[in-house]
Design a protein around this ligand. Structure first.
Ligand code: GLN
Length: 454
């Protein structure tokens, strides 16, 4: 009731929720009370969560914040959300996001931008919460849920977490099932939590993760008790500092924050080593080939026949065209066009195949660093703090917006776990995050290291 009242009061201004499910929430909470009374509490019994609109929720609008999925209510539940309900969590509603998770500012949502609960000191200007999981991050930061699900294809968990002073982890590719999550770029997409602190993120990920017969890329490995890793010593740990992440034009205060993070980890007993990840500079262009290519294929299913919106036409092709023209927003259309272009005969070798080769080189960079004895890598999470809504520079130039992902996309390209932890404030009083990158399926090392920083 307290969370539902908080949503009623604050959501009209913040716009983090696109669907609120009070009846479902109360029904689930009652069931939780009954289990608690019987002494059968699950790990998340009674904990109220917000769910990104990308996760299929049975009988509840699931629209990926796109017009083309208008009114779509799945008859099934995503594996990740089902895992949370099985542990006793309670659903408050569905959270705003960039349309089909394409964006870094939440401005591409059909349901309007989310406002970051944070503002710069002495300013009334509204800021973006980051994207694409901007609703998830804003809802957690504004206390409109205890934690949220999110997804990350190129940074969509970590960048909004950094912009809102929350903790977000994209686990290793395969750690969580993608079944029932609206697909953007299937070889990069992963689900993860956004939470108020490292402990909450550890508890949530433990529940979300599982092997799943319905997603053959999910991995059959035991899910450790992540919470148990908190408070462990960093003695003997080697933290790599990649020199390629010192990019041109990065504000001095971000460099200073990075140095501060290094000092904290040293104090906690970790050994700091300089490393090189030489192919980093190719990651962003390669990502913006691979991700749109996969998106153009995944989004072919929205044709006016099976889901959501249909705009009638004089024949079936006309109906497809009118539906897709009306249903997709600008950014999604841009990605579909880039994707079909790079996959088309004559350009495939020059773009898509080349990007896949680059992807392998990026993955190899990380493997070499880890094989040389590095346990985790520390970098800034984003090249700036939260920027303004309709920022003139970024809104006008999609490529500048794509630069937001400069520190985060390599992790998706390599399939590695990455965590963003709040580490301080900038000169405007806005939160900044540091990113930790780990070895495959070693999320514990990220949790225990982040716990030292938070
Ligand atoms: N900002 C990136 C993009 O627009 C990442 C999105 C994401 O991780 N879903 O593609």
């Amino acid at each position: 009731d307290a969370y539902l009242a908080a949503i009623d009061a604050a959501n009209p201004a913040i716009n983090a929720y696109v669907t609120v499910t009070p009846e479902k929430a109360r029904e689930m909470a009652k069931a939780s009370d009954a289990r608690l009374a019987e002494g059968k509490a699950g790990a998340l019994e009674g904990i109220p969560l917000g769910i990104k609109d990308l996760f299929a929720t049975e009988g509840v609008h699931t629209q990926a914040c796109s017009h083309i999925l208008d009114g779509f209510k799945p008859k099934y539940e995503s594996t990740v959300t089902q895992n949370l309900w099985n542990d006793g969590a309670v659903m408050l509603g569905k959270l705003n996001m960039d349309e089909f998770a394409m964006g870094s500012s939440n401005e591409s949502s059909y349901y309007g931008v989310v406002k970051n609960p944070w503002r710069a000191e002495n300013s009334n200007a509204d800021l973006v919460p980051g994207g694409s999981s901007g609703g998830s991050a804003a809802a957690v930061a504004a206390f409109l849920c205890a934690g949220a699900t999110a997804t990350d294809t190129g940074g969509s968990i970590r960048q909004p977490a950094a912009f809102t002073g929350t903790v977000g982890i994209k686990p290793t590719y395969g750690r969580c099932s993608r079944w029932g999550i609206v697909a953007f770029a299937s070889s990069l997409d992963q689900a993860g939590p956004i939470a108020r602190d490292v402990r909450d993120a550890a508890i949530l990920l433990k529940s979300m993760a599982s092997v799943d017969r319905k997603d053959t890329t999910s991995v059959d490995l035991p899910v450790p008790d992540y919470e148990a890793s908190l408070g462990q010593s960093l003695k003997g740990m080697r933290i790599g500092i990649p020199r390629e992440y010192r990019v041109d034009g990065m504000p001095d205060e971000i460099e200073a924050l990075w140095q501060q993070g290094i000092a904290w980890l040293k104090d906690a007993g970790a050994e700091i080593v300089d490393i090189s990840l030489p192919h980093t500079k190719y990651a962003l262009p390669a990502y913006y080939i691979v991700a749109p290519a996969e998106a153009s294929s995944n989004l072919a299913r929205y044709d006016g026949v099976r889901y959501g919106l249909r705009v009638d036409g004089k024949d079936i092709v006309d109906m497809y065209e009118k539906t897709r023209a009306a249903g997709f927003g600008h950014e999604v259309k841009r990605r579909i066009m880039i994707g079909t272009y790079v996959l088309s005969a004559g350009y495939y070798d020059a773009y898509y195949l080349q990007a896949q080769k680059v992807r392998t080189l990026i993955k190899r960079d990380f493997e070499l660093a880890f094989n040389a004895g590095v346990d985790a890598i520390l970098t800034p999470a984003t090249p700036s703090s939260a920027f303004g809504i309709a920022d003139e520079d970024l809104a006008a130039d999609p490529v500048k917006m794509y630069l937001q992902d400069i520190f985060t996309v390599t992790v998706n390209m390599a399939g590695l776990p990455g965590l963003s932890v709040p580490a301080g404030l900038d000169h405007k009083g806005l939160p900044l995050g540091l990113q930790l990158i780990g070895k495959p399926f070693e999320e514990e090392s990220l949790f225990k290291t982040a716990h030292v920083i938070e």
